[in-house]
Design a protein. Sequence first.
Length: 201
Amino acid sequence: MILSALLKKYRKLFKKNNSIRFGAEVKNSILGYNINISRYSFLNNSKIDNYSSVGRNTTILNAKIGKFCSISWNVTIGATSHDLNRLSTHAFSYISYYGFTKQDKRFVEQTIIGHDVWIGANAIIMPGVKIGDGAVIGAASVVTKDVQDFEIVYGIPAKHRGYRFSEEAISKIKAMKWWDWSDSELRRKIEIFKIPFEVKA
């Protein structure tokens, strides 16, 4: 019966042309189509939209991730935080697994990742953070606050380093919303993605 349930679950995932690699676990989560989840990654209580990819050994907890996101390896999204003001920083007082409480308060704040976001290797995104469309998170960064659309941040903690495009170009891309284009439209216009984006006068 357990094997039958697992087969049913994975048939549903593969029907959407999703690639779930060996050792990866997807739990209580919703996947769009053409999703790639690499080896030994773990997703729980999350939603990932179409064409996004997740690198190996990545953990995603209580997050909503948009389309065409590129998440590298060893990334943690929705990292579990510990309350320093309580008598103990240990989780035994709010996770039922330890047998001291019936309350099971694992997820408090959802982490929101927009469309076309690139997150570099070993980055950590804290819970409740909102990352805008087109943003870039540098490798090994710790993101503790919201990131604007098309903003580039990196460091510990991650700080503003610039934007991918000019204000005019950003406005145009946001109006285009190319990530919502149909597959057929993307195929027709694929050449514009192969060259630097410029705003013509």
